[in-house]
Design a protein around this ligand. Structure first.
Ligand code: HEC
Length: 119
């Protein structure tokens, strides 16, 4: 039992370490192609056409802070309600294109920087 806990803690540390190192290895993608796939493959239906997210359908993705490995992991084996996108449906190259598209979008503004909210 005790060993099991130690082993799973070690596995967790390893998983985080490999995610962190894979972050540097995000393959180059084409943002324009990524946008096309984001719209044709239905990502937009839950995440909004510019990745702005929806109240209940899916979180904001614009300027995602997720490392590339975590992004791909979510596509292949989603955490919860999102449908899986296996390599037969969405190639690794197209995953990289979508990632490039999301990274090219502006990050959310802080409320204090939105004039209409500060009148
Ligand atoms: C049917 C709705 C739906 C569709 C279609 C969908 N998603 Fe999601 N997505 C979600 C939901 C809900 C979550 C929250 C986590 C979960 O349920 O797995 C999520 C989470 C994510 C996350 C993690 C965000 C974070 O910051 O943790 C990424 C990245 C993502 N989706 C990318 C995509 C991409 C790219 C596509 C298209 C290939 C897509 N999603 C299609 C609903 C959807």
């Amino acid at each position: 039992m005790k060993f099991g806990i130690v082993a799973s803690a070690a596995a967790l540390v390893f998983a985080f370490a490999s995610v962190a190192s894979a972050q540097d290895a995000a393959p180059a993608g084409n943002a324009q192609t990524g946008q096309k796939i984001f719209l044709s493959d239905g990502c937009w239906e839950c995440h909004g056409s510019v990745g702005q997210g929806g109240a209940v359908t899916g979180p904001r993705l614009a300027a995602t802070a997720l490392p590339y490995a975590a992004f791909v992991q979510q596509l292949r084996v989603p955490q919860n309600a999102m449908p899986p996108y296996e390599t037969t449906i969405l190639s690794d190259a197209d995953a990289a294109n979508i990632y490039a598209f999301l990274k090219s979008l502006p990050a959310a503004q802080a409320a204090k920087d939105i004039p209409l909210l500060n009148n």
